[in-house]
Design a protein around this ligand. Structure first.
Ligand code: PLP
Length: 435
């Protein structure tokens, strides 16, 4: 428990803070939302990560999603090693690009033609450029609390209440540029209709995470919101972009679009598609994708795009996902964990609710019966309690995402015993916190 030794992590974090902004290379790793010292990891295998002080944790971050097979999966590691022997980058075509392209096109319903890039952010910013180039329109709609990587136009959230013109969320984003970003709350049909009325023939696309996971997991499907977005885009001549960087290969072998049978015009992928190496991709209907350079006028390029090591890690990962019952087994474990955690909260008298699709979920500490949009989280969740829960779970050897605004991910490597141990740890923690 709190006797956990984290000296080396503390020392490393002090050093890192001198050298890197906040001591990290991506902000949420710094534990700002929850307090405490970020652990420096030394190695990981299966469902476990081990820090530099030798503490081992059951991991539900999974590198923020990619490690759906578990860490250091034998086939993935062997594939990377074999490929590395043949050279790590050519900057010229290689056969592995064809193999991964064919796999993704077979698995993801909306994708006929695909372009590989090196991150999810690159995929979304390129898809937006393509949607603008294809439609000849500059504005687009995103949702409050929807995360689409860190490109300028996406770092905009809604003002509170009704849908409004965007204000930049980050210094350095030109206000004039942010004005092209229109925002609405999740699940707010009227707000989206208003935006189309006010910006007739100016909206190039709607970009949405079909299973939002970046403000905690949300449900846009069961009340018909996703189908509404599909229909209004078709009516208005705008493209529907599913940002499946997180939900792709996570909620089914073909992502949310396969699970829900709703077909977007363009799809963005990342995370799992690279099996832990830096890969992103965007793809869609042939007539749209042929607008990309060198076939068409929309420019987009990348020195390391289609990198052989990254392609091979993706191929090995996606191959395993096609095994019989892969998702059935993963989902039943995830459901048991999710329900066990909620039952633990109930038993301890801690108000909580949650959303889960497949093996991604969020438990929200709130009095609300349902969490349906970003402002439910910022306005109605007990973030201070989450911080305590997070740190106590860490002391119990369970590594959750260090923010209430994030999803938990279960991998194929988590055993029933891991799930039981996690639920038991949560029960102990909740008992302590309510004592
Ligand atoms: C992680 C994520 C991104 C950004 O991907 P990076 O690889 O971090 O650039 C974009 N969209 C969604 C939905 C994500 O979850």
């Amino acid at each position: 428990m709190s006797s956990q030794n984290i000296q080396q992590s503390q020392h490393n974090f002090e050093q890192a803070q001198k050298l890197l902004p906040g001591g990290v290379n991506s902000p949420v790793r710094a534990f700002k939302g929850v307090g405490g010292t970020p652990r420096f990891f030394d190695h990981a295998k299966g469902a476990y990560v081990t820090d530099v002080d030798g503490n081992t944790y059951i991991d539900y971050v999974g590198s923020w999603g990619p490690m759906i097979l578990g860490h250091a999966h034998d086939a993935v590691i062997q594939g990377i090693q074999e490929t590395a022997e043949k050279g790590v980058s050519f900057g010229a075509p290689c056969e592995l690009e064809i193999d991964l392209a064919q796999m993704v096109i077979d698995m993801v319903p909306s994708i006929d033609v695909i372009r590989f890039v090196s991150s999810g952010s690159e995929a979304t910013m390129s898809a937006l450029r393509l949607a603008r180039g294809f439609t000849g329109r500059d504005k687009f709609i995103k949702f409050d609390g929807g995360y689409h990587g860190h490109a300028d136009g996406f770092l905009v959230k809604a003002g509170s209440g009704a849908a409004t013109f965007g204000e930049p969320d980050s210094a350095g984003v030109p206000a004039d540029y942010a004005k092209l970003t229109l925002t609405a709350p999740f699940n707010d049909i009227e707000a989206v209709k208003d935006l189309f009325r006010q910006n007739k023939d100016e909206i190039s696309c709607i970009i949405v995470e079909p299973v939002p996971g970046n403000t905690g997991v949300m449900d846009l499907y069961n009340n018909g919101f996703l189908q509404f977005l599909r229909d209004i885009c078709t009516q208005e001549g705008a493209l529907l972009i599913f940002d499946e960087v997180m939900s792709g290969f996570r909620v089914s072998s073909g992502g949310a679009q396969k699970r829900f049978a709703i077909t977007p015009d363009l799809t963005c992928l990342g995370k799992i598609i690279g099996g832990g190496l830096p890969v992103g991709a965007y793809g869609g209907r042939e007539e749209i994708m042929r607008k990309i350079s060198p076939d068409g006028p929309v420019y987009q390029a990348g020195t390391l795009s289609g990198n052989p090591l990254a392609m091979r890690a993706g191929i090995e990962t996606l191959s395993r996902l096609q095994e019989e019952d892969f998702y059935v087994a993963l989902e039943s474990k995830s459901k048991r964990l999710f329900e066990g955690l909620l039952a633990g909260c109930k038993a301890a008298g801690v108000p909580a609710t949650g959303n889960r699709f497949g093996s991604m979920f969020t438990i929200f500490f709130t009095e609300l019966d349902q969490v349906t949009c970003g402002s439910d989280v910022s306005g109605h969740c007990d973030l201070a309690f989450f911080g305590k829960f997070f740190n106590e779970m860490l002391n119990e050897g369970v590594y959750l995402a260090p923010s209430q605004y994030e999803a938990a991910f279960v991998s194929a490597a988590h055993t029933d015993k891991d799930i039981d141990n996690t639920i038991a740890a949560a029960e102990r923690v909740l008992a302590r916190l309510t004592a």
